[in-house]
Design a protein around this ligand. Structure first.
Ligand code: ASP
Length: 359
C-alpha cells in the first residue's frame, strides 16, 4: 500500500455538527486501498454528517475493527440514525405523510450473496433497517409493504411504538395549516393577515427540508460489501407513497465485485433512472465512484432534456468501490455535499462535488 498521506488531499476544517464542533479531517479524491495491490481495509460511510452520523460511524467501525461483518456494521450504524428523535428524515421522529402518519422505507443488500430485503410504508417500528435485513435473510422475498411489513416485524418481536414525536407533529400541523388558503385549517396568523411564509420559515426552518434519508455502506475485513438505505421519505407525501429508498437498484445497490451506491433526494426520479444500479454499472466499467455519482446525475438531467429541459431534481448520491475509493455528488446547490467516513485512520468527512452549480 502506498503512503496514506500522499494519496489524499488532506485539509483540516472545523465543522459545526451540533454541540460538538470538532476538527474533522476533510477528504476528497481519497482512496483507502491501492488498486494495483488491493489489501482489504475495512471502511464504513454514511451520507449523514451530523453528530448522530458520526456516532453511527463509530458504532459500525467498532464492529468492523473487531472482525465483524459489513452486514452487521451497516445495520447497527443505520439503527443509531433511525433512533435519533431529533432527526426528522429517518426512522423515529421522521416527518409524517400528509395524514400525520409516519411511514418508513428501508432497504438492505449484501454484496456477497446479492441478497436483498426491503420494507415500505412501515408504520410504528423504529428500526426499519433491521426489518429489511430480516426480509433479506429470513424470507424468500425482497419487499414487504404496509400491513404485511408490520405483521412481519411483529412476528420477529419488534415492539409497535408511536413514531410521531412532538417536534414532527408540530411541523406537520404547521404544514397543514399553511398548505392551502382554500381549506378550513388556519395558522395563528391567518386572522391578522400576517405574511404566512415569513413566520412559517422563521419558526420551522426544518419544514423546508422535505427530503432526507441516510445511506450506510461498508466493506469488512473479508472484502465483503453491504449497504442500507433508510428514510421516512418525502415529508407530507400521499398516504402509501413509496420512494426510491426501499427499491433495490434505485435507492441502493451493492455488488462485491464492484462496490456499492446509494441515493437520497427526490425519489421519483431515482426510481425512474435506477440510479444506484447505474452507478454500480459505471464503476464496473472503470469509472471511479466520484465519476459514477456525477455520471448518474448527468444521466438524469440528459433524460429530461427533450421533455423537461432545465429540470435538475434535487438528488445526492454516494458510492464506494471495492478498493475503498469514495464518491459523493449532489445535483445542485452552492455547497459541496459531504459524507462521513470511518476507517482505521479515524473519522473524517469526504468532500464531494456539485454536478450543476448555479442551477
Ligand atoms: N429519497 C427519499 C424519498 O424520495 C427522500 C430523501 O432522500 O430525501 O423518499
Amino acid at each position: 500500500m502506498k503512503n496514506f498521506i500522499s494519496r489524499r488531499n488532506f485539509l483540516i476544517k472545523t465543522t459545526g455538527a451540533g454541540a460538538s464542533a470538532l476538527a474533522v479531517p476533510l477528504l476528497s479524491g481519497f482512496a483507502f486501498q491501492d488498486k494495483a495491490k488491493p489489501g482489504i481495509k475495512p471502511v464504513i460511510i454514511t451520507s449523514h454528517t451530523n453528530e448522530t452520523g458520526q456516532k453511527a460511524m463509530e458504532t459500525g467501525w467498532e464492529i468492523l475493527r473487531t472482525g465483524g461483518s459489513a452486514v452487521d456494521a451497516v445495520e447497527k450504524a443505520a439503527n443509531i440514525i433511525e433512533l435519533d428523535p431529533e432527526d426528522t428524515s429517518v426512522g423515529y421522529g421522521g416527518l409524517p405523510n400528509e395524514r400525520g402518519v409516519v411511514q418508513l422505507d428501508a432497504s438492505f443488500m449484501d454484496g456477497k450473496t446479492y441478497s436483498a430485503g426491503a420494507v415500505a410504508c412501515l408504520e410504528n417500528i423504529k428500526t426499519p433497517a433491521s426489518v429489511a435485513r430480516l426480509v433479506m435473510q429470513r424470507t424468500d422475498h425482497v419487499l414487504l409493504v404496509g400491513a404485511g411489513a408490520l405483521e412481519f416485524a411483529k412476528a420477529w418481536g419488534f415492539p409497535e411504538e408511536n413514531l410521531l414525536t412532538e417536534k414532527a407533529r408540530k411541523i406537520w400541523l404547521r404544514w397543514k395549516e399553511e398548505m392551502s388558503s382554500s381549506d378550513d385549517w388556519g395558522s395563528p396568523e391567518h386572522l391578522q393577515n400576517l405574511s404566512k411564509n415569513e413566520s412559517y420559515r422563521h419558526d420551522f426552518p426544518d419544514i423546508e427540508h422535505h427530503y432526507g434519508t441516510t445511506n450506510v455502506l461498508a466493506i469488512d475485513n473479508n472484502g465483503d460489501i453491504a449497504g442500507c438505505t433508510t428514510t421516512s421519505g418525502l415529508s407530507f407525501k400521499l398516504n402509501g407513497r413509496v420512494g426510491d429508498s426501499p427499491i433495490i437498484g434505485a435507492g441502493l445497490y451493492v455488488d462485491n465485485e464492484v462496490g456499492a451506491a446509494g441515493a437520497t433526494g427526490r425519489g421519483e426520479d431515482v426510481i425512474k433512472s435506477c440510479a444506484s444500479y447505474y452507478m454500480v454499472l459505471r464503476m464496473k466499467d472503470g469509472r471511479t465512484p466520484q465519476q459514477a455519482c456525477q455520471d448518474a446525475l448527468q444521466m438524469i438531467v440528459d433524460r429530461y432534456k427533450k421533455v423537461n429541459p432545465g429540470y435538475y431534481p434535487s438528488e445526492k448520491f454516494v458510492a464506494i468501490n471495492k478498493y475503498g475509493e469514495l464518491g459523493c455528488a449532489i445535483m445542485r446547490g452552492n455547497r459541496n455535499p459531504q459524507m462521513s467516513v470511518r476507517s482505521d485512520k479515524g473519522y473524517s468527512r469526504y468532500d464531494g462535488t456539485v454536478a450543476f452549480p448555479g442551477k
